[in-house]
Ligand binder design. Structure first.
Ligand code: SIN
Length: 502
């Protein structure tokens, strides 16, 4: 069959390669160049290699705990069961994961993992190594590639997806297909501070929403705890804490244990909030102390971070570096079954754009590249089979939040004002009042928006659509769970830390 893959990260390229190898006619359509996007930036690795005392079952249990009870066991079981095969496949496609002198894979540990089970490549350059290998693999095939093309919408006919509309060389055009696989990543640029590369504007998720596909869990946005608090957002991998680095306040005290018994290795959402609270209390960024690891280890294990921190004037082997959280990963997205099938026949979603049920309310570190590879391959495996997607009724059971137009802000729309609004009110620490203000403001902006013409206009429209869905979902989820954390209205962010449990 004729298959369009939209996006060219690990999920999209894995799906494209598997679909091609299964005999389908495949074209990859991507907004930037082939392989641009989030995968290439991933410093963390791929979880799923089990040493002595560890097992897929343990990995599944850790994933469920991090997901705060909302991960779906069946999806998690698939993730850990298929993981070994996908990691072997990446190696076969040319990814040189780091090994010791005997050739044994080196296993790292990150927060909320009970064991060291994460493979890395080039120390902290795993995503770049994977992206290179997959792009090279695709280039060696007859898979079609359309680069610098902006997908504006899905073509839906007779209740099924039959292709895409796109902006290419400033002209609008269409590509027809029997199946479309969305692999466009998340929507980090909803927020003023994000680890995501430019262009991560939720285009595929927005197109799916407009086409009528079910989305869910958009309120679960993961904020990575440790971004260098100096210059453009630059991630300091959790693996640094996995190796023993600590978080300290302005008096040099390890404050993370105030929030969770696992301290710096607590689930990401807990650590991010602990950092935000501490920074608010002390009026300056907290610091990550990696000095105990020594200059040699830091340079060899984390070459990218070592280079960038030094370029920015820090010698992290001698001094703690300032860090702050930033939006990192969207756990929710287009609802899929265990083969990436959405609620609309002909439409698949894989990778960060999909809501497979694996991540629940908070993704476990280094499960995202794994999920992209596992579900990319699983989607390709059922192409051509009679359609059996999830039912539209299953998810999205929560109703849209009501509108309060009187509280709409008079502020004019700009992408920066949207990002600041989302950061302030739909970020790490949320209140009912703030969520309602964000929702009403976004609805006002959407109501007065003009018809998008350029790719930038389409990105803005997509961000606004997802912002509304995210704020609405957050507002309608009472209480706190995982990455969705509500302060009581009277609690200021600088209040005394509370002990959190997962
Ligand atoms: C990191 O290296 O801390 C990021 C890895 C991930 O997001 O899983």
């Amino acid at each position: 069959m004729n298959v369009l893959v939209v996006g060219s990260g690990i999920a999209g390229l894995t799906a494209a390669l598997h679909a091609h190898e299964a005999g389908h006619e495949v074209t990859v359509v991507t907004k930037g160049g082939l392989g641009d996007g989030s995968t290439g930036y991933a410093q963390g690795g791929v979880a799923g290699v089990y040493g002595a005392g560890d097992s897929a079952r343990q990995h599944a249990a850790d994933t469920m705990v991090a997901g705060a009870g909302l991960s779906e066991a069946e999806a998690v079981d698939v993730l850990v069961a298929d993981g070994a095969e996908r990691i072997a496949e990446l190696i076969a496609r040319g990814v040189a994961f780091d090994r010791d002198a005997d050739g044994t894979l080196l296993l790292g540990r990150e927060a909320a993992h009970s064991h060291a089970r994460i493979v890395h490549a080039g120390g902290d350059a795993t995503g770049a190594a994977i992206s290179r290998a997959l792009v090279d693999s695709v280039r060696r095939t007859s898979i079609g590639v359309v680069e610098h093309a902006f997908v504006t919408d899905l073509i839906v006919e007779g209740g099924a997806v039959r292709g895409i509309r796109l902006l290419l060389d400033d002209a609008t055009t269409e590509l027809r297909a029997d199946a479309v696989i969305i692999a466009t990543g998340g929507a980090g640029h909803l927020f003023a501070h994000t680890t995501n590369p430019a262009g991560t504007t939720g285009d595929g998720i927005a197109a799916a929403i407009r086409a009528g596909a079910a989305v869910d869990d958009l309120e679960f946005v993961q904020f990575h705890p440790t971004i260098l608090a100096s210059g453009a957002a630059f991630l300091i991998s959790e693996a640094v804490r996995g190796e023993g680095a600590t978080l300290i306040d302005d008096r040099g005290r390890r404050f993370a244990f105030d929030s969770h018994p696992d301290g710096e290795l607590a689930p990401r959402d807990v650590v991010s909030r602990a950092i935000a609270r501490q920074a608010a209390a002390q009026g300056s960024p907290v610091r990550l102390d990696a000095t105990m690891l020594g200059a040699g280890t830091l340079a060899t294990r984390f070459p990218t971070i070592d280079r960038v921190t030094r370029e920015r004037g820090f010698d992290w082997s001698r001094e703690p570096i300032p860090v702050t959280p930033a939006a990192h990963y969207l756990m929710g997205g287009i609802v899929t079954d265990l083969h990436g099938r959405s609620t609309i026949p002909g439409l698949f979603a894989v990778g960060e754009a999909a809501r497979t049920g694996v991540h629940g309310a908070n993704r476990l570190a280094s499960n995202s590249l794994l999920e992209g590879a596992v579900f990319g391959a699983r989607a390709a495996a059922v192409l051509g089979e009679p359609w059996r997607g999830p039912t539209a009724e299953r998810p999205s059971s929560r109703s849209a939040a009501p509108e309060h137009p009187s509280s709409r802000s008079a502020q004019r729309f700009s992408r920066a004002s949207l990002q600041q609004l989302m950061w302030d009110h739909v970020g790490l620490l949320r209140t009912d009042e703030g969520l309602q203000l964000a929702l009403d403001t976004v609805r006002g902006w959407r109501a007065s928006a003009s018809v998008p013409q350029t790719a930038a206009d389409h990105e803005d429209a997509n961000l606004l659509l997802i912002a509304e869905a995210t704020a609405s979902a957050a507002l309608s989820r009472a209480g706190s769970v995982g990455a969705h954390f509500r302060l009581s209205e009277s609690t200021a962010p600088a209040a005394a830390p509370i002990l959190e449990t997962v």
